[in-house]
Write a protein that binds this ligand. Structure first.
Ligand code: NAI
Length: 397
């Protein structure tokens, strides 16, 4: 046991510790939202979520468990508590998830390790075989800056850069809170290839093919990966940049996997294009924090603002359960980003983008909300949490 008053510690903008009770509140809040929005239905008995501890993966895990009563195996890479230091937020989120799942009688297992490795894949196979059954659903929601290739041991570091030419844009310096201009030089061929190796489809394919070979995919299985397209404003750094190249590779992988799964198991491989949200991964992308601050202001005004759990609810309830084909685009991708890309929303964002400066940042954008959402990711500044109370940090699921 190790109780302490946990004070937020930051290095620059990034939070280096996490509040276990704040994380528990966040998870409970998401569970409540799913309960309110979804009537538990069958159809997904066993789900594997890769990247299950934070952001879109955690929201997906909660929607699968509380929306479908699914048994979930979650895989993620998080730091456990040690020598009085707190664990990472994703670790505490998982503790809270398991606590709630136990209460509810929902089967849950978690593997904390490198999903890119053969070792973790093997552990997942053993766990599925021992305690679960063949999967009805696999969600691929990893966001990682690095991958050690299991065959070659090469270390691939992903970069977030434009391709072909430099990109100059407004951005907010998160430390000084000044709106400044930033120029990001283009990536070289190695950086592009490395980013595709980390965030592209090779590892997803590896998971799906291994599970198929092991007989651990059920007839009708659906495997999903997440992507982002976004508006013209961010295309040079996202859609047309290194990360966009990786997402193209992921989409090509979806097409290949779809052929195999539909032929052999009557299954499907799908891409879900989600909206931009505040997560540890998205905040690392240049220009995106300013865009998220403007987006949140405008979407709140349009009453269409959604966090990952809102997106996961629509994905599971409308796309996966009801099979609402209106959510599919011409290329068969699930589009959860239509409210973000609404022309009126984007026109309003464009106007604010031109006008925003250091002086009017808080007035024209929801930068305050952005900072709060970021603190919340680590369990800090969460409503209803008593931060003056000693809190247990040495928690395990
Ligand atoms: P996140 O940073 O909240 O979550 C990343 C997850 O991956 C965590 O569970 C982390 O533990 C896990 N992870 C990282 N490296 C790992 C490794 N080596 N082994 C095992 N687990 C590992 O990220 P977020 O934003 O939820 O991203 C998930 C997916 O959603 C990504 O494909 C991202 O491109 C996509 N997406 C994100 C959007 C956003 O605005 N955040 C928008 C649309 C799509």
């Amino acid at each position: 046991m190790s109780q302490q008053i946990i004070q937020q510690r930051k290095r620059g903008f990034i939070c280096v510790n996490a509040h276990s009770e704040g994380c528990r509140h966040n998870v409970e809040k998401q569970i409540t939202q799913v309960r309110q929005a979804m009537t538990p239905s069958g159809g997904i008995k066993n789900a594997l979520i890769l990247g299950a501890s934070t952001g879109y993966g955690l929201a997906s895990r909660i929607a699968a468990a509380w929306g479908f009563g699914a048994a979930t195996l979650g895989v993620f890479y998080e730091r456990p508590p040690k020598d009085g230091f707190t664990a990472t937020a994703g670790y505490y989120n998982t503790v809270a998830f398991h606590e709630a799942a136990r209460r509810e009688g929902l089967l849950a297992a978690s593997l904390n390790g490198d999903a890119f490795s053969d070792e973790v894949k093997r552990q997942a196979v053993e766990t599925l075989r021992r305690s679960f059954g063949p999967l009805d659903l696999l969600i691929y929601s990893l966001a990682s800056p690095r991958r050690v290739h299991p065959r070659t041991a090469t270390i691939h570091d992903s970069v977030l850069k434009p391709i072909g030419e430099s990109f100059t844009s407004k951005t907010v310096d998160l430390k000084s809170e000044k709106v400044v201009e930033v120029t990001i030089p283009p990536a070289n061929e190695k950086e592009i290839a490395d980013t595709v190796a980390v965030m592209g489809g090779e590892d997803w394919r590896g998971w799906v093919e291994m599970l198929m070979a092991e007989g651990l995919l059920a007839p009708g299985v659906r495997v999903l990966a997440y992507s982002y397209i976004g508006p013209h404003l961010t295309w040079p750094i996202y859609r047309d940049g290194t990360i966009g190249r990786a997402k193209q590779d992921l989409e090509q992988t979806a097409r290949d996997l779809h052929q195999k799964l539909s032929r052999r198991l009557g299954g499907a491989a799908l891409m879900s294009v989600n909206k931009a949200v505040v997560t540890q991964a998205s905040v690392a992308i240049p220009v995106v924090p300013l865009y998220l601050s403007v987006l949140s202001r405008v979407m709140s005004q349009h009453n269409t603002h959604e966090a990952p759990i809102g997106q996961a609810i629509r994905l599971f309830r409308d796309a996966l359960c009801s099979g609402d084909r209106r959510l599919l685009d011409a290329e068969g991708r699930i589009r959860l980003d239509t409210f973000e890309l609404d022309p009126q929303v984007q026109a309003a964002i464009g106007r604010i983008w031109l006008a925003v400066s250091s002086e009017n940042l808080y007035e024209l954008t929801d930068f305050a909300g952005f900072k709060l959402a970021f603190d919340n990711l680590f369990g800090f500044n969460v409503d209803g949490v008593d931060y003056s109370a000693p809190t247990e940090t040495d928690l395990h699921w």
